[in-house]
Design a binder for this molecule. Structure first.
Ligand code: 7TS
Length: 414
């Protein structure tokens, strides 16, 4: 989609919903550019959390009193809302609430992987996986004697799809790929990877932690078997996220955790499992968080995900263009006009942590480190990068403030 085709976001108005953006440190107003780590929470979402606790709070599913009924309805409808948000027509049955993307990956790796993978099987990842995917599949594969293989990242920071075509074979049982890289900003052709996986009777898990917040996502269009995301990266609260799974797969899978809420009937010898998605939500679930996540989806949908995407891309392109004006700055990942809303970079002779610290003196918040993609950083030949990541409330002026602060750091280290 061309970013010119949609009406720009009214960023000034959006910022009014985020009082945290008015905070000052030593007289400098915060410039929050660490959105790939976590996004800020708008007033309507904060209100939803507060109102939930003020008016509705009760445990769900097992109560027959009014408050429990209200809480149950709100919590159940939140599943429908998030299913709809990512294009899952199976509604709540295909939408499990988890703590976030990491737990969703662990859920599938344990509940599906431990039971379905065996010696000789292959799990195909990409070199740009976040540790939540990479480490999880690595450890599960080790337990069952399966092999993990990695689709190469090209020098231009995009996925080598031809290599994926070579790697994915009859031995492949699972392809697990990140939709949008949290380090490179690359947007992977996950629909194409899904087709490749399915051509070889393998499944595909898509890590949508950086995609669901930043672009319209349709899991059925992608034909993902599993698709995960985190609420705190899309204006929602911490501690809640979603796992979409095709209904027949979730039905066939063993539970992940055992306990209350996930059972239908229990005897001293055995137990049977509750309906989807509750079979995968053992114990008192993330009620307030789930309801608030649904409000975050409403907020984003009101903005329009195509407009959110256009804004992200505009911010990233502007930052890319400004950063690449510096001769001593290296920006990693695809070109400025072909990336999601973040830029990871290094400055010759300046450690990323030192840079982040100087930027912090200007109240510019970025992230420095390996961003939980250590093997990718090894490939890039750097131990750490600095990363600025943008969201719906960021402005060009804030990118200018970033550039100004970087220039200051360059003078200090010159
Ligand atoms: N996958 C990707 C692509 C991510 O960017 C992250 C978090 C996760 C999975 C894990 O999400 P969680 O909500 O379960 O923690 N990424 C980052 C980051 O880039 N900086 O801090 C967290």
């Amino acid at each position: 989609m061309s970013t010119q085709d949609v009406e720009p976001l009214n960023v000034e108005q959006i910022r009014e919903d985020f009082p945290i953006l008015q905070r000052e440190f030593d007289g400098n107003q915060v410039v929050y550019l660490d959105n790939a780590a976590t996004t800020q929470t708008p007033e309507p979402v904060v209100d939803t959390i507060c109102n939930y606790y003020r008016q509705t709070n009760a445990n769900v599913h097992r109560g027959i009193h009014h408050l429990s009924q209200e809480a149950s309805i709100a919590y159940e409808e939140a599943h429908d809302r998030l299913a709809e948000f990512v294009g899952a027509s199976g509604e709540r049955e295909e939408m499990v609430f988890t703590k976030g993307t990491t737990e969703a990956l662990n859920l599938v790796a344990y509940a599906w992987g431990l039971n379905e993978l065996s010696e000789g099987d292959e799990v195909v990842l990409t070199e740009m996986e976040h540790h939540s995917s990479l480490v999880t599949w690595q450890q599960i594969a080790r337990k069952v004697g399966a092999e993990v293989r990695y689709v190469r990242v090209d020098d231009d920071g995009t996925l080598d799809v031809d290599h994926a075509r070579e790697l994915i074979s009859e031995d492949t049982e699972m392809v697990s790929a990140v939709h949008v890289s949290n380090t490179l900003g690359a947007v992977n052709p996950v629909g194409e990877l899904a087709d490749l996986a399915h051509d070889h009777d393998a499944l595909i898990f898509v890590d949508g932690a950086q995609a669901v917040p930043t672009r319209p996502v349709d899991v059925e269009d992608i034909d993902a078997d599993f698709y995960a995301f985190s609420g705190h990266k899309m204006l929602g609260p911490t501690g809640v996220g979603g796992l979409y799974g095709k209904k027949h797969l979730l039905e066939e899978m063993e539970p992940f955790n055992y306990g209350g809420e996930m059972i239908l009937r229990v005897t001293k010898e055995d137990a049977t499992w509750n309906d989807l998605p509750w079979k995968f939500e053992a114990g008192t679930p993330l009620i307030a968080q789930g309801v608030a996540l649904s409000a975050a989806a409403d907020y984003l949908e009101d903005l329009g995900m195509d407009r959110v995407q256009a804004h992200e891309e505009e911010m990233a392109e502007y930052a890319y263009d400004r950063l690449t004006e510096f001769e001593d700055v290296t920006v990693y990942g695809p070109p400025g006009d072909d990336r999601s809303g973040l830029v990871s970079f290094t400055i010759d002779g300046v450690h990323a942590h030192d840079l982040a610290s100087i930027l912090n003196d200007h109240a510019v918040a970025i992230r420095a480190g390996h961003h939980c993609t250590q093997p990718l950083h090894e490939k890039l030949g750097v131990a750490a990068t600095a990363r600025a990541s943008f969201y719906v409330y960021n402005t060009r002026e804030e990118v200018d403030a970033l550039i100004h602060a970087i220039d200051d750091a360059r003078q200090i280290f010159a």
